[in-house]
Design a protein. Structure first.
Length: 135
């Protein structure tokens, strides 16, 4: 299940709201691990304080400063842009938003393609025969 929010700008306040929604959707979870990139809003004191509060189930794990191989969301964004945005003109914002919504509403139909991209196994650059697993 995808938990998402729509905002004009991503801020620590928006991230807190997203994490509150995530936590509310999984009331029986004892812990919810969220892997973050190093965006400024993910390092904000307000977010860290919220996560540190008693009763918060969200546990944050930050990626190294530059780690595209570890940041699986980058692979999803690449696939999303390739299948939805590249070489496509949307005449209105409503059409653009509808295409985005359609992509995320139909991810179950793309499961095989996504499974091959969004995996914790990857090749180390410069070594054709090595494969690293983060599992």
């Amino acid at each position: 299940e995808v938990v998402h929010r729509q905002a004009d700008k991503i801020t620590a306040v928006e991230m807190i709201a997203l994490f509150a929604d995530l936590q509310a959707r999984h009331p029986t979870a004892t812990a919810i691990t969220v892997i973050l990139d190093n965006a400024t809003y993910n390092r904000a004191a307000a977010l860290r304080e919220w996560v540190a509060a008693q009763g918060c189930k969200i546990q944050l794990v930050s990626l190294p400063p530059y780690a595209p191989n570890l940041n699986l969301i980058e692979r999803l964004w690449w696939f999303f842009k390739k299948t939805t945005l590249w070489n496509t003109h949307y005449p209105t914002f409503a059409a653009f938003k509808a295409a985005i919504d359609h992509f995320f509403d139909t991810t179950q139909h793309k499961a095989d393609q996504l499974a091959s991209l969004i995996t914790n196994k990857f090749h180390v650059i410069g070594n054709k025969h090595s494969q690293v697993s983060t599992a």
